[in-house]
Design a protein around this ligand. Structure first.
Ligand SMILES: Cc1cc2nc3c(=O)[nH]c(=O)nc-3n(C[C@H](O)[C@H](O)[C@H](O)COP(=O)(O)OP(=O)(O)OC[C@H]3O[C@@H](n4cnc5c(N)ncnc54)[C@H](O)[C@@H]3O)c2cc1C
Ligand code: SF4
Length: 383
């Protein structure tokens, strides 16, 4: 996706100072060569909102809308899975208990795939403890719920004299510090953008006395960076379920120096930027504390949750095998952000999707679906 002029200018500045800015992969159906026919209209509400014209390559548009076209696919909405039940041996899930429209219903299947997101999948397995699985379903390793990760993230606004009229800002990334740099040989993380902030979004994090016009002015002149550093898998950072069934998230941040150094790198890089009207002065105010607003995302920001049902070869130290099948249960898979053994330092969705497709192929193999049948099915739905 092309940069808009303000972001292209920044990319040129970064490149001149020796960095390697790149275009981040973005899942939108934008055809820049043929704008009239383009499904995506490059609007300013992409980040964190559903696309009302169906042009975002998300699970709804790409998978669910397509899957429900098959006559043998049913999608139950307003349905919360409360627990999973097993047969007497404990090796097979034979009941999926669902609360739907106020009553409980039980479903069964040859294979069950849990995909509730890293926090809720772990909570579901923990709530499904039984005589054969006293610490929670598939939790012989005692790893279910542990090693919660969510990245160390911050949104950093760089205010400049020049306005930033960008509509779709999330096109640029910098990975020059990802594996370390000359002055610090350890990974620091990834620099990219959030969707363009406006006064309404800023008000959510602003002191009550901040006058609206200040927020509007800030938003008009800000470049809104997203910084991600890897948090490390600590067994004590975990999801548990209390006696009333509520989820408890316990987390002590780690690897913070990497993030602080990444923030410092961005500040340094911004100092070297230049503009035709104001020269280096354009960003002079950026580094005084009252003009540079840095806010680390708090624990409640669980957007990047991962790691709570880790996969691995050893049933003693992981809950899932390499195909994301529970070591302890023969027909149970967990396919979402839970399987990560480490969090890396990039947005997680593409990795989650890639793994889901990989496990999907494994499930088709396990069901004995031939390659010819797979092609025929996909052609049928296209027709
Ligand atoms: C505002 C926001 C912006 C983001 N932006 C980006 C981005 O730009 N790039 C990126 O890579 N990532 C982004 N992420 C992160 C990305 O969305 C997640 O990493 C990804 O969606 C996680 O996928 P998942 O399959 O693990 O879980 P989810 O996508 O959360 O899916 C879990 C599903 O299970 C359902 N569920 C939960 N419990 C139950 C239950 N008991 N019974 C039935 N259903 C249940 C939930 O309703 C949900 O539909 C963003 C996240 C947020 C919140
Ligand atoms: S929300 Fe806007 S930018 Fe995002 S895919 Fe839809 S039309 Fe494109």
């Amino acid at each position: 996706m092309s940069h808009e002029p303000r972001i292209q200018h920044l990319a040129d500045d970064f490149a001149r100072s020796g960095l390697n800015p790149f275009h981040v992969p973005v899942g939108v159906m934008l055809d820049e060569t043929n704008p009239q026919k383009s499904r995506c209209i490059r609007c300013n509400t992409c980040d964190g909102f559903p696309c009302l014209v169906g042009a975002k390559s998300d699970a709804q548009v790409i998978c669910i809308d397509e899957a429900v076209k098959y006559p043998n696919v049913n999608l139950l909405t307003r349905s919360e899975v409360k627990r999973l039940e097993t047969d007497a041996s404990g090796r097979e899930v034979n009941g999926v208990v669902v609360e739907r429209n106020g009553s409980l219903e039980t479903y069964s299947a040859d294979m069950v795939v849990v995909s509730c997101g890293a926090i809720n999948s772990a909570a579901l397995l923990l709530r499904s403890a039984n005589d054969r699985h006293p610490r929670g379903l598939a939790n012989g390793s005692d790893t279910v719920g542990r090693h919660y990760m969510g990245h160390t993230n911050s949104v950093m606004m760089a205010i400049s004299k020049c306005p930033n009229p960008t509509i779709f800002q999330k096109t640029l990334g910098i990975n020059d510090f990802y594996f370390g740099y000359q002055d610090w040989r350890h990974p620091m993380g990834h620099i990219s953008f959030v969707g363009k902030l406006d006064a309404v979004t800023l008000r959510a994090g602003a002191p009550a006395i901040a006058p609206n016009f200040t927020l509007e002015l800030m938003a008009k002149h800000s470049l809104d960076f997203w910084l991600t550093s890897e948090d490390l898998p600590d067994p004590n950072n975990r999801v548990t379920v209390d006696r009333s069934g509520k989820i408890v998230l316990t987390y002590t941040p780690n690897n913070l120096e990497a993030h602080e150094r990444l923030q410092a790198k961005l500040k340094q890089a911004m100092k070297q930027t230049n503009c035709e009207i104001h020269g280096h002065e354009c960003h002079q105010g950026l580094f005084s504390r009252n003009l540079f607003v840095g806010q680390q995302i708090p624990l409640a920001g669980v957007a990047h949750q991962n790691g709570t049902i880790r996969f691995g070869n050893d049933p003693k130290t992981s809950a899932l095998d390499v195909n994301c099948k529970a070591h302890d249960v023969d027909n149970l898979y967990v396919v979402d952000g839970s399987f990560f053994p480490s969090s890396a330092a990039v947005n997680p969705a593409l990795t989650i999707m890639a793994n889901a497709m990989r496990v999907g192929d494994h499930l088709l193999d396990r069901m004995g679906v031939s390659q010819a049948e797979r092609v025929a099915q996909s052609l049928m739905v296209q027709v």
